[in-house]
Every structure is written in structure tokens, then in C-alpha cells.
Design a protein around this ligand. Sequence first.
Ligand SMILES: [Zn+2]
Length: 299
Amino acid sequence: MSTQKYLEYFDSAIGLYKQGLDLLSPEKDDISIISGCILIAIGFEKFIKYVLEKENQLMVLQKVEFQDVLNFRKGKRIGAKNTDGSKNTVTLQEGFDRLVKIFPELKMEMHNIKEIVNDRNFLVHGSGDFSLGKTEKRIRANVTSISELICSVCLKKSPVEIFGENTWEVMKNFRDAYEQSKALKLEERLDFLKRLYLHDEKLTCQKIQLLKDQKSLIPCQATYDIYNCPICNGKALVETDWDIDVDRDDFGVSVLTNAYPSLNAFVCSKCGFTLSDYEEIETLIGQETVRKIFTMENE
Ligand SMILES: [Zn+2]
């Protein structure tokens, strides 16, 4: 194979999404599905780097050196450092964290980025029992939804313009079917709980104590919004808390690298209905509402 001078992030992202999806068609075996998921996750990382690079070429570099700034100023391509001619660039997580600093509207997806990173790492490095079907659905739905949001927020374009009609249609249809099946499952459970409630029976929900009601030395950081309870129509609370990532700096001191809101619980004290799963709470109150809660907390 001839040596190519530059591997452009955009072209590789689009190519990897396409190849990945080809491997994910229903008749394929497990190894194809694993490979397809990995390709899509790598394509997604390249897509994020493409958006960062579009903002500024230096943004994809893990550490910017003075020579990089000089080269950038002269309009030169950022210089080679590694033996293969590449420079150390950001990881998927770091890349997305940088994007959030430029586009705070993406903040609500930080929780899903973590899932993509975990799923990809498991497929690349892990072994043992796991549900491939669940992992595939999760990676595809997460990559599709965040790619869609990046198109509109960062690139101001439709996903069809970016990924092409065929690729986008496959991505979108799969994601929509997955979201729909999640909503159906939740709806079935709500119907069951409603029946219990109407018959004056105790709801089979997990008991959740809100953070504000817990005795703790750390002051409660959680925030609360009021929603209608889907079971009794009473006033229920949605608890939003902060997920915190901590790292150690060069001196071994813990530093806060990231803090982002997370949906903790949906609790109705009147009938005892609760939800504690992020995805389920999001399905119940709607993605738009979640976005609003998180954007308000940003300001
Ligand atoms: Zn209720």
C-alpha cells in the first residue's frame, strides 16, 4: 500500500461508519457484530476530532508545544512527532470534554459518552459473559443520537448532509426502533403499576431516599424539578445531581476534571412510584425536558 500523506478525520469517520454498519446487518455472526461496533466507535472518535479540528487544528493535540503554535501560525500542517509521523491526539473522552467547553449544549450527552467509552473498551480489551445484543443497541443508539446533535449544534447541518442518505437512514431507523422498544417496555410497566394503584395495592417500586433527605456531612448538591406522577397524577420530584470525575495531578493531588449533571431519581411520595435508571427517567420526561433542565443548570 502506498503511503498516504494525511489521513483526514472526516473521510475516515464517514468510511468507518459505513463499513461498521455493513458488518452490523442482521444476518451477520457475532464476530462481525463486535467488529462493526468497534469500527463505529472508532469512526465516532474521528468524527469528534474532525469537529475539533474544524474549530482549531491545535485542539486535537493532547499537548500543544510552541513549535505547534508556530507551525499553525505559518499555516503549516501540525508537525510530526511520533516515529510514524503522527502526534499524540486526544482520546474520545478528552475530545468530547473539549467540545462541551465550546458547545455547552452537548453537556447532557456526557453520560452517554461514558457509556460509549466503556462499551468500546470492553469490546476491545474485555472477555467473558456479556450481552452482545444489548451492547450493540447501546453503542449504535448513543453514537447516532450524539452524532445527530453534533451535526445540528456544531456543524449547523443535517445528518443527511454529513453522512449521506443511505448511511443516515440505517443509523436513524435502528436508533428509533431501539428508543421505541424502550418506551414500550416502560409503558407496559407503568400500566401494570397503574392497575396496582387502582386496586389500592402497594406498588412494586424500589424505595429511594432523595439526597436532600439523607443525613450527610457533604452539603446536598442535588436540584429538584416537579413533574406529574404517571401513576397517581400527584406531584413527583426529579432529582438531578452532579457526577464528578476526579484525576490525580503530577503531585498526586486529586483534581476535579469534570462535573456534569446526572438524572438520579424520579420519586412520587404520594403513591410510592420511583425510577432510578437514567434512561428510563429520560424516556418518561422526554429528552427535550432533560436538555432544558441541564441547560438551565449550566447558566
Ligand atoms: Zn404517584
